[in-house]
Design a protein around this ligand. Structure first.
Ligand code: ADP
Ligand code: ADP
Length: 234
């Protein structure tokens, strides 16, 4: 069963100096409950795929469906709801610096109308899940890079997403912290029902966590399959 499907999707940006074919004829099925990696160098089109998945960009042609619903057919309100089903974690964490760990994790819940005591309860639970139960009152500036990303992960899980997208989430971290964060993602996946999509330019990240992988180059998927198959030389 698949949760994300790209059918012949292309995205062409129009700029003053001409058109940029960022994604070209991509067809991909990402299964429910798998870790799917998308690897490629800078400029390969990975972020454009992500922006289409969370509805910030609309494909120029082709079809994209999330959870069986075609993005192109959704109203703005439905797109917002759809976006809530997708949790995002980022390279630079995107935390609110003036808020504590708990305040950051609670933030997405404030947009849903959940009452305060429920929000606090849920945020505390998520802080514990990511191993920050004893740092809920710390500010981001008081945390290490790995801890900041744990806050990012907890915040991404706040709305019980069906899909967690990691956009170069370990690229700013040292190798040991990278592995800790990847192991945490694996643990979360084993506990929650979740599809994880990992965007990265690092082979190591894919090897450590992904079940299947698509390799992107110049907007196209040039290879796709299990990690063992794609990364084993014939
Ligand atoms: P990646 O995430 O793999 O680095 P991107 O999706 O960011 O790749 O970029 C793919 C191509 O599209 C690149 O050539 C990039 O310069 C171009 N591009 C990305 N975003 C825009 C934009 N908003 N407007 C014009 N060109 C863009
Ligand atoms: P990272 O490890 O994510 O690169 P940085 O220290 O480089 O973290 O900061 C990321 C961004 O957050 C920078 O653009 C920085 O200017 C901004 N920033 C730093 N301190 C604050 C703050 N107190 N409030 C809001 N933004 C801040």
């Amino acid at each position: 069963d698949h949760v994300i499907e790209f059918k012949n999707v292309s995205k062409i940006y129009r700029t003053k100096s001409g058109t940029v074919p960022a994604v070209q004829n991509v067809s991909l099925k990402i299964n429910t409950d798998e870790v799917f990696g998308i690897i490629g160098f800078s400029g390969a089109g990975k972020s454009t795929l992500v922006r289409m998945m969370n509805g910030i960009e609309i494909p120029t042609s082709g079809e994209l469906s999330i959870d069986g619903k075609q993005n192109a057919n959704l109203s703005k309100k439905q797109l917002r709801e759809q976006r809530r089903k997708i949790g995002m974690i980022f390279q630079h964490f995107n935390l609110l610096w003036s808020r504590t760990v708990l305040g950051n994790i609670m933030f997405p819940l404030e947009l849903t109308g959940m009452n305060k005591s429920e929000r606090i309860k849920k945020a505390k639970h998520l802080a514990e899940l990511v191993g920050l139960g004893d740092r809920i009152n710390a500010y981001p500036s008081q945390l290490s890079g790995g801890q900041k990303q744990r806050v990012g992960i907890a915040r991404a899980l706040a709305n019980d997403p069906a899909i967690l997208i990691s956009d170069e989430a370990t690229s700013a971290l040292d190798p040991q912290t990278t592995d800790e964060v990847l192991d945490l993602l694996a643990e979360i996946k084993s506990r929650l029902q979740l599809t994880i999509v990992i965007i990265t330019h690092e082979m190591h990240v894919i090897r450590r966590l992904a079940d299947r992988v698509a390799v992107m180059e110049e907007g196209r998927v040039i290879e796709e399959g299990t990690v063992a198959k794609v990364f084993t030389h014939p």
